[in-house]
Design a protein around this ligand. Structure first.
Ligand code: NAD
Ligand code: UDX
Length: 459
């Protein structure tokens, strides 16, 4: 079959995979391909055991793989074939040298630019899909246009706003698609081609075009604003615990103000995920490099507060359990950074588990999707850890339960059965405020929610 256009994603991860699958399904006349340097990942994309879990993703992949959606490791051939290349490679925080711990590590990004030049024989549109520091498109352009083949590459920024666990829905019903382009004739033409893709399923009013730098910066700022809301509500939770206010009541009260809005006001053990911390640190780094110290400090506090939130949760557990958890079994329910994903990158559960192990607790970790990742995350950390898919078994003989991920199934567990088989006194620490605290208290648990008064049977 002849396809109208060849679209390629370099990088077949949490962004490349779902985004390209949706594009392929919505644009049957385009040939959509994903390549990756990770051969095992590509093999899994070509199998029934996809490398990532996203609700609805497997069904899409199974229905169109081999028709207009392809996964391959032949990066050179795919580049040569492509008219439009989305670069969706990872851009982690730099761990070495200048800017270590803050700046973006752009090695994968730059490597991709060189690979594109090497394998291209015609002009192409290059789409920045990864989240990048402001003015990265410019650097990309310099590398691309340093070719001696007379080729033209037009770089467009199209950051991705999907959230994990709801990626397909977020892509299908995107609040907005952002396309940053150069204000030149070729820049506008390239942007129109990208708009065309999204117009297959989104109305024109949802597609925003800006200049390239605004687009790059908007992505960092959107994540910083979202993370800031969580740090704000977590800071509020700390005040609530000291003042007998209830953070859920406060969130409801302020969320009804349309200027504030009700979403992203759930107090938690802290935000996780591969994006928030990395992107804010990137912003902090950019602000410092512009000499904007107060701006840098302001955003940095969002991350600091998040780190403190995790440590505080552990301190609360230890102090409630008579100042020692050494030798006590604690069941951690949930390890993924949020529900409906197996992803554990930057999950607050990692730090909490590590700190509890330092306190010599014995951990039983349960999660419906994330146990393989949890095993990898805790590898080499000394201490006793059991990975247990069955939450009831995880809780067997435990002194405490800690809810670390808001999986809906944890609401519906048979807590009287769990209570009977736990060590007494039994504790619940609800790091996501998803359980029915008065009911648990009546069953006999000592209950410690977030940002509200604990319910304890001790006098
Ligand atoms: P990921 O690690 O899941 O996927 C990136 C993939 O790129 C990996 O499979 C890696 O092997 C591959 N890769 C790296 N270098 C390559 C190269 N030179 N050639 C081919 N493949 C290469 O990362 P992700 O979560 O998909 O994130 C990708 C980008 O999107 C990041 O910049 C991230 O900040 C951004 N982003 C992520 C999310 C999210 O929810 N995960 C949302 C929005 C934006
Ligand atoms: C985020 C952004 O939402 C998305 O737009 C961007 O493209 C990538 O980064 P993601 O990290 O996948 O998405 O999930 P998100 O739903 O934003 O949750 C991030 C973290 O914040 C999770 O650990 C979540 O549990 C936590 N969170 C979220 C809270 O603690 N409280 C809330 O009210 C909301």
């Amino acid at each position: 079959m002849e396809f109208e256009k060849n679209i390629l994603s370099i990088g077949a991860g949490y962004v490349g995979g779902p985004t390209m699958s949706v594009i392929a399904r919505q644009c049957p006349e385009y040939r959509v391909e994903l390549v990756d340097i990770d051969h095992e990942k590509i093999a899994r994309w070509n199998s029934d055991d996809l490398p990532i879990y996203e609700p609805g993703l497997a069904e899409i992949v199974q229905s169109i793989r081999g028709r207009n959606l392809f996964f391959s490791t032949d990066i050179g051939a795919a580049i040569d074939r492509a008219d439009i290349i989305f670069v969706s490679v990872n851009t982690p925080t730099k761990t070495y040298g200048y800017g270590a711990g803050m700046a973006s590590d752009l090695q994968y990004w730059e490597q991709t630019a060189h690979t594109i030049v090497q394998h291209s024989r015609g002009d192409k549109i290059i789409v920045e899909k990864s989240t990048l520091p402001v003015r990265t498109a410019e650097a990309m352009e310099r590398i691309l246009s340093a070719n001696d083949k007379g080729l033209r590459f037009e770089v467009v920024s199209n950051p991705e706003f999907l959230a994990e666990g709801s990626a397909i829905n977020d892509l299908m019903k995107a609040d907005r698609v952002l396309i940053g382009h150069h204000q030149s004739k070729t820049g506008r033409k390239a942007a129109r081609e990208i708009v065309d893709i999204y117009r297959h399923w989104l109305p024109a009013r949802r597609i925003i075009t800006t200049n390239v730098w605004s687009s790059e910066l908007s992505k960092l700022i959107a994540n910083a604003f979202l993370a800031q809301r969580i740090s704000s509500i977590n800071a509020t939770a700390q005040i609530c615990e000291r003042s007998d206010a209830d953070v859920q009541e406060v969130a409801r009260a302020i969320g009804t103000d349309r200027r504030i809005g009700p979403r992203f006001l759930n107090a938690s053990v802290g935000f996780g995920g591969s994006c928030f911390k990395k992107d804010i640190l990137n912003l902090v780094y950019i602000a410092r490099s512009f000499g904007l110290e107060e701006v840098a400090d302001y955003w940095n506090m969002v991350v600091r507060l998040n780190e403190a939130q995790k440590a505080r949760f552990v301190r609360k557990m230890v102090s409630a359990m008579f100042n020692t958890v050494a030798g006590k079994k604690i069941a951690l329910l949930g390890f993924a950074f949020k529900a409906h994903t197996g992803d554990t990158r930057e999950s607050p559960a990692i730090d909490i588990a590590r700190q509890l192990l330092e306190e010599r607790a014995v951990l039983a970790i349960s999660d419906p999707r994330a146990l393989d990742n949890a095993r990898r995350d805790l590898e080499g950390i000394p201490g006793k850890v059991e990975f247990q898919p069955d939450p009831y078994r995880a809780a067997d003989g435990a002194s405490a339960l800690a809810i670390l991920t808001e999986w809906p199934e944890y609401r519906d567990l048979d807590y009287s059965r769990i209570y009977r088989r736990m060590n007494k006194p039994a504790f619940v620490f609800d790091g996501r405020n998803i359980l029915n605290h008065p009911v648990l208290f009546k069953l006999g648990f000592n209950v410690y929610p977030l940002g509200k008064k604990g319910l304890s049977h001790f006098r």
